[in-house]
Ligand binder design. Structure first.
Ligand code: NAD
Ligand code: ISE
Length: 339
């Protein structure tokens, strides 16, 4: 198989993640360079482009994709903007790394899926980067051996220090719990069939009107339960933990015990403060895997089907949050392209 020369990437959205991915492609990983960026905020695009030799800045994603020599696209704009950019990338049949969520709701995710089906081949890796985190990967490998027996329950904790000002109660599910929707499907190899959302009285440290924390329960078609504590204003740190309970044992990740100190009658360690710190290795491995696969002419990793399934789960979750009770997840039949 012939491997393509250096991949020339257009990065769409140069906010927190987009700028970090530009840095990663430039300074950390191999096989790619950024040749164009786009952001509706022209100054932001220019500032990021200025850090990379020969990189052009645009306000229109389509113009960045049409820039000289672009042969792949990394989308890091907010979720509601992903559909239009994905469809524009499909018009050029460009390989795409699309940050999670694929789109914020099931109908738009299904439109993207149908558009990729019309292309007739996979083009998109969705940015569910926990699959590339060394701890999650070890947990997945252990479950795949079958040594622990059938998974019965998965307990997830997802805590952020503070939510950004634009965060809404439904975004706790569609933007944050989207990760656990994917992690549950991937770790257990089950589809999620129903969602229930419970919530305690909001924390006093939560911005007015935000329903935070929430407790989400997924039921799966393999008869397992997966629960998620989502708490985006916990104040003390960025924590993502998971414990799987199986017929013959349990396994747990995310305790962050890399360094434990003993001093002056106390023991302890530090807690990461944001996702760029906790998941730095996962992002590096995710983007390197995308570049390597694209240069081989392949598409690997989380697919548009995974993005659509997570969107459908989150949509059911948002309905469960708003209306109460248990909401079933509705999925179309899985197309053969994603078998
Ligand atoms: P951000 O607000 O910091 O940056 C988004 C940028 O996109 C902004 O500069 C904004 O001006 C720009 N933008 C908005 N609409 C646009 C459009 N139509 N075309 C081009 N640019 C546009 O947000 P962020 O935190 O960087 O999040 C970006 C994406 O990354 C989201 O999908 C988010 O869910 C995802 N994300 C993933 C992780 C993870 O752990 N995998 C963490 C944070 C964010
Ligand atoms: C953000 O978009 C992410 O993806 C982070 O990983 C997550 O922890 C956070 O809650 C989301 O808002």
């Amino acid at each position: 198989m012939t491997e393509r020369a250096t991949l020339k990437v257009a990065v769409i959205g140069t906010g927190r993640m987009g700028a970090d991915h530009v840095r990663r492609i430039h300074d950390v990983i191999s096989g790619a360079r950024v040749v164009a960026v786009a952001d509706v905020d022209a100054e932001r695009a220019k500032a990021v482009a200025a850090r990379v030799d020969g990189c052009t800045a645009h306000t229109d994603p389509a113009a960045a994709m049409a820039a000289a020599d672009v042969d792949a696209v990394l989308i890091a704009s907010p979720g509601p903007a992903h559909e239009a950019t994905l469809l524009a990338a499909f018009e050029r049949d460009l390989p795409v790394l699309c940050e999670k969520p694929l789109t914020p709701d099931a109908a738009s995710a299904l439109r993207v899926l149908e558009a990729e089906l019309r292309l007739g081949h996979r083009r998109v890796q969705v940015g569910f980067m926990r699959r590339y985190d060394p701890e999650y990967a070890k947990l997945k490998a252990l479950l795949t051996t079958g040594q622990l027996g059938r998974p019965l329950m998965l307990h997830n904790r997802h805590r952020n220090v503070a939510s950004p000002p634009f965060f809404t109660s439904s975004m706790l599910i569609s933007d944050s719990v989207a990760h656990e929707a994917d992690a549950t499907r991937w770790l257990l190899d089950h589809e999620i069939t129903a969602v229930t959302v419970l919530r305690p009285a909001p924390s006093a440290n939560t911005p007015d009107g935000l329903r935070d924390p929430q407790f989400v329960v997924f039921e799966t078609d393999g008869g397992a339960l997966s629960d998620v504590e989502i708490f985006v204003n916990c104040g003390f740190g960025y924590q993502v933990q998971a414990e799987v309970v199986c017929e013959r044992g349990t396994a747990r990740i995310g305790d962050g015990h890399a360094l434990v100190t003993n001093m002056a009658g106390r023991w302890g360690g530090t807690i990461a403060q944001d996702f760029t710190e906790r998941f730095e290795t996962a992002y590096d491995r995710e983007i390197q895997a995308w570049v390597d696969a694209t240069r081989r002419g392949e598409v690997t990793g989380p697919s548009v089907w995974d993005g659509y399934a997570a969107a459908a789960v989150c949509e059911a979750g948002v309905r469960a949050l708003d209306d109460g009770g248990r909401v079933e997840v509705e999925l179309v039949e899985k197309p053969a392209l994603y078998a």
